[in-house]
Design a protein around this ligand. Structure first.
Ligand code: NAI
Ligand code: MG
Length: 499
């Protein structure tokens, strides 16, 4: 048995105004370890009145202590936080794996280092957010101030719990905003642990408030709250639309990072070893629970059989099982709901006439993991782009393989989706690669690679994959607003209406 399954149940309260408090209702909810189904933690459940308190605390902090701090001090706090996270990386990674199910190899070597990187990167930005002077005509001086937006509501998903918190918190805080963060109900533990480190780093009370709870209650209350100035959301396109509607009533600023159905394209002239490995990385990483997953795998007809053979062979060898084991490459899905959703799509694929060439069912595992939400790496072939399995986000280790003959037709099909988050292409022809990068409607394009991220590089969607860009300098656009200031230098009355 893994250590996570033998641990006693952890308990967390809400983190509001620098204090750990029970929810007003006194209600709690449990988060299971998805590998075993056992309860990992019991969490206070925030609802509307708790969200109200958190928003008020964030407002007080925004108007008060936080705005009086220098940019340098904000940066230093963020840097301190990045260092604390780094010091606690091993235990945070183990908790992340216990709460989410992702292999420890990923939590430890990918998620946690990227969390640290994001706080570190935005710590550096705090002192570099500047206005401009504008060369206006006449005896006038015009300059801009780049100011924080104010109180930011941030709602995050369960697939990269800590990393999504970092993507949201780091730029918001660097720019001088205060935050009410709602983690996903499936994976609240990382954010609560982060709250402890935020306290330890010395952030003033109320700058970051964390209100775990359900989407329909706490999440909806936050999105519709008239006391927030901005709402940032990552999750399903369906809920993204609800957030945008709720925000419309108060004209709250919105940024959305939503679903995807990314084309990952393999041309016959590609290095097939590289392309097979890239296709695997594209769909099987993090159990396939990735918004930018390469879930539509377009393969040029002439290499389709060979490619599919190699891919199925490798998919069958992926080590599925105990996520706490360092050799494990695929853990459980995050929840029973997600597992059932995936099983449902396997049935849909068969009904639509696709062929299941690998996986398609849960794996056989040891006793300890029989209540876990595991599924095997799954490949559908004979898919055409209009099928539901090619159009709807499955969000699991399930790839739809579609063959193509020529490039024009390929581009049309690749763009024939409501989504536009990411895309991949595998080819040795650089002209074709860059032509594709230009023609594809997606926020991120990977050429002969996949799932590459850096805190300095923007990420976000075209079309129904959302709006706004996270990470890099672009994230600061989301968390600042521009004020234009005009100053008369002539010392004379405006002449328009006479003297
Ligand atoms: P979801 O969009 O319902 O959940 C994401 C976050 O939104 C969670 O914190 C949740 O509590 C919150 N939320 C839910 N309903 C809300 C509401 N009415 N108002 C405010 N906040 C709300 O996603 P869910 O149900 O967990 O997964 C369903 C599907 O969504 C997945 O199968 C996948 O296709 C997609 N998804 C996409 C993600 C991405 O990274 N783009 C992440 C998670 C899910
Ligand atoms: Mg939902």
């Amino acid at each position: 048995m893994s250590s996570a399954t033998t641990a006693t149940t952890r308990k967390y309260q809400l983190f509001i105004d620098g204090q750990w408090v029970d929810s007003d209702s006194g209600k709690t909810f449990n988060t299971p370890n998805p590998a075993t189904g056992e309860t990992l933690a019991e969490i206070a459940e925030a609802d509307k009145s708790d969200v109200d308190k958190a928003v008020s605390a964030a407002r007080r902090a925004f108007e008060g202590k936080w705005s009086k701090l220098s940019a340098r001090d904000r940066g230093r706090l963020l840097y301190k936080l990045s260092q604390l996270i780094e010091q606690h990386a091993a235990e945070l990674a183990a908790l992340e794996t216990a709460d989410n199910g992702k292999p420890i190899k990923e939590s430890l070597y990918v998620d946690l280092p990227q969390v640290v990187e994001n706080f570190e990167y935005f710590a550096g930005w705090a002192t570099k957010i500047e206005g401009e002077t504008i060369p206006v005509p006449g005896k006038m001086f015009n300059y801009t101030l780049r100011e924080p937006v104010g109180v930011c509501g941030q709602i995050i998903p369960w697939n990269f719990p800590l990393l999504m918190a970092a993507w949201k918190l780091a730029p918001a805080l660097a720019a001088g905003n205060t935050v009410v963060l709602k983690p996903a109900e499936q994976t609240p533990v990382g954010a609560m642990e982060l709250a402890k480190l935020i306290q330890e780093a010395g952030f003033p009370e109320g700058v970051v408030n964390i209100v775990p709870g359900y989407g329909e209650t706490a999440g909806a209350a936050l999105a519709a709250h008239p006391g927030i100035d901005k709402i940032a959301f990552t999750g399903s396109t369906e809920v993204g639309k609800m957030i945008a509607k709720a925000a419309a009533d108060n004209l709250t600023k919105v940024s959305l990072e939503l679903g995807g159905k990314a084309p990952n394209i393999v041309f016959a002239d590609s290095d097939l070893d590289q392309a097979v490995a890239g296709a695997m990385m594209g769909i099987f990483y993090n159990q396939g629970q990735v918004c930018c997953a390469g879930s539509r795998l377009f393969v040029e007809e002439s290499v389709k059989d060979e490619f599919l053979g190699r891919l199925s062979d490798k998919a069958g060898k992926i080590a599925v099982g105990d996520p706490m084991n360092k050799a494990t490459q695929m853990g459980p899905q995050v929840s029973e709901e997600q597992l059932n959703r995936i099983k449902g799509y396997v049935d849909i694929a068969r009904e639509e006439g696709a062929t299941v060439v690998a996986g398609g069912q849960p794996p056989q595992l040891d006793e300890a993991f029989q209540k876990g939400y595991f599924f095997t790496p799954t490949i559908f072939s004979e898919v055409n782009n209009s099928m539901r399995v090619a159009q709807e986000e499955i969000f699991g280790p399930v790839v739809s393989v579609i063959s193509f003959k020529d490039e024009d037709d390929l581009i049309k099909q690749a763009n024939d989706t409501i989504y536009g988050l990411s895309a991949g292409i595998w080819t040795r022809d650089i002209t074709r690669a860059h032509r594709f990068a230009k023609e594809i409607k997606a926020g991120v394009v990977w050429i002969n690679t996949y799932n590459m991220f850096n805190a300095a590089s923007p990420f976000g969607g075209y079309k129904q994959s959302g709006y706004g860009r996270e990470m890099g300098r672009h994230a600061l656009e989301l968390y600042t607003q521009v004020k234009s200031v005009w100053v008369d230098l002539s010392g004379r009355p405006i002449g328009w209406f006479g003297k």
